[in-house]
Each structure stands twice: as C-alpha cells, then as structure tokens.
Design a protein around this ligand. Sequence first.
Ligand SMILES: [Zn+2]
Ligand SMILES: [Zn+2]
Length: 389
Amino acid sequence: MKVKVIRGSNQIGGSIIEVASESTRVILDVGSELGENAPQTPAVEGLFNGTPSFDAVLISHYHGDHLGLLDSVLPEIPVFMGKKAYAVYEKQLEYAGKPLRDDIRTFEPRESFAIGDIQITPYLCDHSAFDSYMYLLQEGDEKVLYTGDFRSNGRKNFKYLLSLLPEVDKLIVEGTTLSGKHASARTEADLEYEAVQLIKRIGDAPVFVNMASTNIDRIVTFFRTAKRTGRVLLEDTYTASLTAAISGNIPNPKFPEVKVFLARPTERDYDILQHFSSSKIGRRGISKERFVMMVRPSMLGYLEKLSAEMDFNGGLLIYSLWGGYKEDERTKAFLTRMEELGLSIVDLHVSGHADTQTIEALIAVVKPKEIIPVHTENAEWFERFKADE
Ligand SMILES: [Zn+2]
Ligand SMILES: [Zn+2]
C-alpha cells in the first residue's frame, strides 16, 4: 500500500492522508487547519470535487483538525467513525444548528470491516477526544498503522493497547509534543490529585473550571474531584446534552451528583433543560451549594449575575485548556473579570498527546519498517529510528 500525506506532514492539525492499494483508495481524516474560522478546502480531486475516486474516509476522532472538512467530502464517498464519537459529534452539530451527514457509518472497537481489498481494524485509544481510534489497514500480508492523536497519560491502559497491536510495515504516527520540551506528560490522575489538594484548602468557596465540553475524560477528572471534596458537578446545558448522549459511566445528568444549569436563555437551551428537569438548578440553588462548575467565556454575563447572589472571594477558577488559548481576547477578558470578582486563577491541564516515551514504546512494539510522521512540527525527531545502513 502507498501512503501519501496530502496535508499535515509538517504542521499540527489539518491532517488529510491517503492510503492506497492497487484497486482501493482510503482517506484517513479530513481535518481543517487549527485556528481557522472559515476552513479552506484544499483542491483534492475526487475527494472534495470532481468525480468521486476514493472508496472511504475514516475519521480517527471528532476534533476539528481531523474532521473539520467532512461537510465538503463528496456525498458518494462513505464516511466511518466510532459509534460513541458519532453520538458526541451529532450533539455538537445539533447544538450549533448545523446540518449533519445522515449516512455516516459507525463501528465498535476492533470490529474489522473491508473497504475494497483493504481490511480495516479500529483500535480504541486514549486522547482528549472521547472514543478516539488508531486504524490498522491490511492488504494481504502488508500492514499500515495510523495512530490518529493518542496518549498514554489518560485513564485507558496503554500497555493493553500495545498488547493488541501487530508488527507493521508502515507507521503513520503523530508527533504533536515533539516541538516543545520533551518532558514526560503528567496524567489525568495527577491532575485529579492536584485539584483535590487545591480545593481542600479553600473550604466552601466556589470552584469554576474552564475546559472543553468535548473533553469527556476531563469531565470524569473533575467529577471525581468534586466527589472527593464533597461537591456537586454543575454542567451547563450543552455539556449535559453531550454527556447524556454518551451516558453509561460518564458523569451525566442522571447522576445524583450532577446538576444542570442554564447560562443562555435560548430556545434550544430551554429545551435541553426541560429534558433534564429533575436535575436542573437555578442561580439561587447554586448559591447554596458546594460545587465545581463548568464554565466558558461566553457565560460571563450569567456569572456576573451569580456573583450578585453569592461571594466568589477565596474561590478558584481552574483553567484546564492548552495555554495558547489564553491569547484569545475573549478568554483574556473573561479571566481578568473572574479575578476581579475574587477568584484565583490556577492552571491545571495535562496533554492529550503522546510524550516521547509513549511514542518510543509504540515503535518498539509495532517495529515499523518505515515511519511516516504527521501532526508535528518536528518530523526530524523520528530520524533516530532509521536503521543504520
Ligand atoms: Zn489533532
Ligand atoms: Zn485531537
């Protein structure tokens, strides 16, 4: 099989990769570039325009830099993604009022399927998006593994994943963290421990967390943190609709320790709130609770009103996102105002991407004859794995 990185070999995000046998052509991810407001669709003949010439698009996970161009894929080309990832993606689009391709095909972990003469096996991996996959592509004896975005510092057992993976001919691997300092990544469990210690010190004062609603693992981390410090977790209507779509053991409005609040009085948010009427909570109710509350800059108006009903002094605003987003004007204004209202801003975040030890461990197991780096600004780092000849 031939591998061609159409976009993303020397940048983080915007990945589009082609894997082709003699008779079958498959696309791995159709990402938009990070920081793009209006995604530019590159001219890829047979994928976004012209006569369809690809047999499938496989999406590794629901981050925009991997599926942002899904809308532009020719409707004749089948699209595949994980079942639970699709549930989250569907809610995201529904909330944003955007149309959704209604013919997306879903699969369960390790359920193999054939695209032409290529056999596909998805392997569930850990990342800051829920239900993320690595893909093994096999034609005859030849194997190609695509990692998507992955990490070993979440709550899934990385050694178990490694035990499932075969040796491969080609490895298409992400290298997001390779441009920075090569420290080993702290884990979600470390983050939970640190959050518990911080919150224990502030008594009953309020705790707010600025994080991504689609980072389901992080919601688990703060739910556990809330429980360990005798607090309820407050989810806004959007987050509640995402967690309810996954449900199961993911903290959602059915949990007695989760309450739902309405920060924006739109018709859609009212509808969602009605749906969760037994767990809804208003500002008066919140002011009497000990809580960990999920917030975003767009909720500033609501939080101003809440601060009129309760004292924010001595409380925390935990910033749990990539530090780079702090440059965003709206985020800056939000953090400044929250500080004025009496909160201390604390950074608590761990990476969603593999550190060097994790990448090395993967390579040691799958023993690729060829490595194709993607999603990185430091592809040279991988040259150390080239056999001396
Ligand atoms: Zn990515
Ligand atoms: Zn990602």
